[in-house]
Design a protein. Structure first.
Length: 76
């Protein structure tokens, strides 16, 4: 999957935070919803402008961020 087809960063939308293309729904919000226990179905039902592929793209994007070490180190 090519996450760039689904996720953009535009300085005019949410101060440049990564968002689902064509929406004002941030990657951060999607991760927050999943972390609160929302299911994929609940997110898709609540945000009809999002597709299953868009949700998957969020995780591909995050995976690449981690691979490029764009994260906060966790001290043991």
């Amino acid at each position: 999957m090519i996450w760039q087809e689904h996720i953009i960063s535009d300085s005019n939308i949410l101060l440049g935070k990564p968002t689902i293309k064509g929406t004002r729904i941030s990657v951060e919000l999607i991760i927050e919803l999943f972390s609160m226990g929302w299911t994929e179905k609940q997110i898709l039902d609540s945000y009809p402008n999002i597709t299953t592929d868009s949700l998957r793209a969020v995780f591909v994007y995050l995976k690449e961020c981690i691979q490029q070490e764009l994260y906060f180190p966790i001290l043991a």
